[in-house]
Write a protein that binds this ligand. Structure first.
Ligand SMILES: Nc1ncnc2c1ncn2[C@@H]1O[C@H](COP(=O)(O)OP(=O)(O)O)[C@@H](O)[C@H]1O
Ligand SMILES: [Mg+2]
Length: 227
């Protein structure tokens, strides 16, 4: 079963929420799901995992994998890995990402990898999220907003994936703020990019297992996602 890299058009578009929802749903469908956040950044949490994203993802997948396997590198600064490197003098370790991904792939049927920021988020000078996805050899899902401006961001993201020959499984519209009428946005994104919209996620009030399962099962085309 192919693992998936969940990228987005920007930071804060909902990559973590969407990855968590997919993890819960696939797990309830009987798939042994692992999760990974290659690089995480921000203020470290005082309890539990340093990264809140890693905590949300691990809980959703119900895994007990060690934190340094799920998240090989944490930068205590809300910035891209490149900027964190330059500021903190800690170089991003790409090879560790691949070895952890390999280990996780042996433990689980399928790994959901959450990206950092958007598709061009720099990791090293000439090495972006695009390169990481390409080197992990897995297809991607693009999470996008519904807010006006999203068409531009989505098209740029799709074009970059195509430039780097990254297979795109589909787009997920995270409709948690005011924006385009969803039917219009879905029509136009599909026509403009030729990529399927796998579904639209509404505002999530409750991040419990049952709530995420109901929302994602109802709104995402899992047949297409797993194809
Ligand atoms: N579908 C949603 N429903 C409710 N709130 C959401 C939803 N998607 C995102 N959010 C809000 O936006 C924030 C950023 O989402 P997150 O998934 O962490 O983005 P990313 O991982 O892309 O940085 C969340 O902490 C949450 O407050
Ligand atoms: Mg996140």
């Amino acid at each position: 079963m192919k693992s998936l890299f969940i990228t987005g058009t920007d930071t804060d578009v909902g990559k973590t929420y969407v990855t968590a929802g997919i993890a819960v749903t696939l797990r309830k469908m009987g798939i042994d799901i692992g999760v990974m956040k290659p690089f995480a950044a921000g203020i470290a949490q005082k309890k539990g995992f340093k990264s809140e994203d890693v905590e949300i993802l691990s809980r959703a997948a119900q895994v007990n994998d060690p934190e340094d396997l799920v998240n090989p590198q944490f930068f205590p600064l809300p910035a891209s890995p490149y900027t964190a490197w330059k500021t903190l003098k800690t170089k991003p370790k790409i090879n560790t990402i691949f070895s952890c991904f390999k280990k996780l792939s042996k433990i689980h049927d399928m790994i959901l990898v959450e990206g950092m920021g958007g598709i061009m988020t720099p990791i090293l000078k000439e090495y972006y999220v695009t390169h990481l996805i390409k080197d992990m050899k897995i297809p991607t899902i693009i999470v996008t907003r519904s807010k006006v401006g999203t068409v531009n961001h989505t098209m740029m993201t799709v074009k970059m994936c195509q430039k780097y020959k990254i297979p795109i499984k589909g787009i997920i519209i995270n409709n948690f703020e005011d924006g385009y009428p969803i039917a219009d946005l879905k029509r136009d994104l599909q026509n403009l990019t030729g990529i399927k919209v796998l579904g639209t996620i509404p505002f999530i009030e409750d991040m419990s297992d049952a709530s995420l399962y109901n929302i994602f099962k109802k709104n995402i085309d899992f047949k297409l996602l797993l194809k």
